[in-house]
Structure formats: structure tokens, C-alpha cells
Design a protein around this ligand. Structure first.
Ligand code: NAP
Length: 284
């Protein structure tokens, strides 16, 4: 039976570290602040926005929530971001996705100051993932990496197979984990014979958005399995890995909920502090 990659426990440890860091900023008269823009009332986005507020309150970070009506025009959103970019009391800006269809999300992402782009969506931060420069990187792939590192898993030299090349998780993860000297394979919906790849993995990371896509016969015994998937089904929330089956043969596995998803908000707030440090450096 596999051991559990405990996202909740690791998040609790990182939160303690963040609390201390936030206190240090406050002692130098800086109140770290995250601003979140939500356009419309998509229930999942409202839920995530509230979850962030709760964590901010617990850690002593200021949280500014800007809820715009669903029919807000692109110009108005860009104007609001411009205002937050210029506000020196705001250190992180996140725009909840998905945006309504009439809004160009790439244009919105590019309008956020890179050093305040805590979701890592600005082209400058995307480029920094490739170039290895300092930058703000997206929280979910970072959560996958942090889950491994803080559980004592050595990434160097391992064959990491990623299922999914989405913009939020799979694609940035390729270069983020390559930095740790993994050998990386990436699969997607056009990969013929997915199992032939997944069975080669020392570390298998799944971010496909397909409930229980990965079954036991697709995994080599002793593999470490990280499940980034979050799927709402009639039977409740589940990941992209069939946890019950795969836990019988994996060495370590992350549950859903309680794995990757438990870390993402915490790492987003960590990015606010990283951004704040970059902003302080730039202002000198
Ligand atoms: P996405 O943009 O929809 O990408 C899904 C990827 O999976 C695509 O690359 C797709 O291939 C691939 N795929 C779909 N079906 C497949 C199959 N049968 N075999 C192989 N590959 C397949 O999704 P995403 O935004 O990256 O999110 C991925 C998952 O992570 C979702 O479950 C999402 O809910 C979850 N997520 C979790 C968090 C968190 O905090 N834990 C945050 C964000 C997202 P193609 O490119 O060929 O279409």
C-alpha cells in the first residue's frame, strides 16, 4: 500500500513559514497585500476567491477582493489592473479564470505588472520559466514539485512522465521540473498508447482533467504518483488517477482532495511575498 504525499500537512508547514515572513514585512512597516479580481459569479471561482480570503486572514496578509459584474468590458478590467499596478500598497494581483468569453484573457494577463503577477501568467514570467531567470511561476506546477521535495523525493535523474500539456499545469511543469535534472516525457490526448509512457515513469504527474484516467495497469510498481486533477463527479470530488486502484501498487501517491490542491493557495501567497521582495529590489 502506497504512502501518502500529504499536501495538507506540507501546506500547514509552509503557512507557518509565511506567517513569520509576513510578520517580518509588517515590522518594516509593509503590509503584504493580495488583490483578486473576479469578473462575474462563476461558482467555482467564487469558492476559490473565498478560500484565498480565509488563508490571507489566517496568515495576516491583506486581501482585496474586486468583484466586477459579468458584463464588464475589457477596457474596464484593464483600467482596474492599471490602477492596482500603480498602487504601491498592493503586491500581488490575480485575475480569476475563466474570464467571460468577450474578454481576451491573454491581453489581461499581459497587462499585469510582471512583479505583481502572482499567478505566473504574464509572458515575461512564462519566458522566465524557460530562461531560468528570476520570476513568478504558477502555483499548481510548483505545488507538484513542492509535494515531492518536501516529502523527501529525489527528482534528479528520475524519469518524470507528465500527462497533460495544459497552460496552467502540464506545460509550465515541463521546464520547472527539468531544472531539477529530471528526464521529462510529456503526454497529451494525441499520444498513442498512453500506458506505454506512463508505465516507464519513476514519477508520474497527471494533470489531464479526466476523472480516474490513470488505472493500476498503467503504472509501474513502486512509482511515485502526483495527481493534480480536480474533477467534480456525481460521486464527489476525484482526481485524474484512480486512487483506490493505484495506491495498491504505487510507492507514494497524492490524494484528491488533500494533495496538490491543498498547496496551491498557500504557494500563491508565497508568490505575493516573492513579488514583494522583487518590487522592493526594483524600487531601490
Ligand atoms: P487543460 O488545459 O484542459 O489540459 C488538459 C490536458 O490533458 C491537455 O493537454 C489534454 O491534451 C490532456 N488530456 C486530456 N485527456 C487526455 C487523455 N485521455 N490522455 C492524455 N492526455 C489527455 O487542463 P489544466 O488546466 O492543465 O488542468 C488539468 C487538471 O488540473 C484539471 O483536472 C484541473 O482541474 C486541475 N487543476 C488543479 C489545480 C489545483 O489547484 N490542484 C489547479 C489548476 C488545474 P491536449 O492538449 O491534446 O488537448
Amino acid at each position: 500500500m502506497a504512502g501518502i504525499l500529504d499536501g495538507k500537512g506540507i501546506a500547514a508547514k509552509i503557512k507557518e513559514e509565511l506567517k513569520t515572513e509576513i510578520q517580518q514585512w509588517k515590522e518594516s512597516n509593509i503590509q503584504p497585500c493580495l488583490a483578486v479580481i473576479l469578473t462575474g459569479d462563476d461558482p467555482a471561482s467564487v469558492y476559490y476567491a473565498k478560500a484565498k480570503q480565509k488563508v490571507c486572514e489566517n496568515l495576516g496578509m491583506e486581501y482585496r477582493f474586486i468583484n466586477l459584474p459579468g458584463d464588464t468590458g475589457e477596457e474596464e478590467i484593464l483600467r482596474k489592473i492599471g490602477e492596482l499596478n500603480g498602487d504601491t500598497t498592493v503586491h500581488g494581483i490575480m485575475v480569476e479564470l475563466p474570464l467571460p468569453k468577450h474578454i481576451n484573457s491573454k491581453k489581461v494577463a499581459a497587462s499585469i505588472l510582471p512583479e505583481k503577477d502572482v499567478d505566473g501568467v504574464h509572458p515575461v514570467n512564462r519566458g522566465a520559466i524557460l530562461s531560468g531567470d528570476e520570476g513568478l511561476f504558477p502555483a499548481t506546477p510548483q505545488s507538484c514539485i513542492e509535494l515531492l521535495l518536501r516529502s523527501g523525493v529525489q527528482i534528479e535523474g528520475k524519469h518524470v512522465v507528465i500527462v497533460g500539456r495544459g497552460e496552467t499545469v502540464g506545460k509550465p511543469l515541463v521546464f520547472m521540473i527539468l531544472k531539477y535534472n529530471a528526464t521529462v516525457s510529456i503526454c497529451h490526448s494525441k499520444t498513442p498508447d498512453l500506458s506505454a509512457f506512463t508505465r516507464q515513469a519513476d514519477i508520474l504527474i497527471v494533470a489531464a482533467g479526466r476523472p480516474k484516467l490513470v488505472k493500476a495497469d498503467m503504472v509501474k510498481p513502486g512509482t511515485i504518483v502526483v495527481d493534480a486533477g480536480i474533477n467534480e463527479t456525481e460521486q464527489g470530488m476525484c482526481g485524474d488517477v484512480d486512487f483506490e486502484e493505484v495506491q495498491e501498487i504505487a510507492r507514494l501517491i497524492s490524494p484528491v482532495p488533500g494533495g496538490v490542491g491543498s498547496l496551491t493557495t498557500t504557494l500563491l501567497l508565497k508568490n505575493v511575498l516573492k513579488g514583494l521582495a522583487i518590487q522592493q529590489k526594483l524600487s531601490k
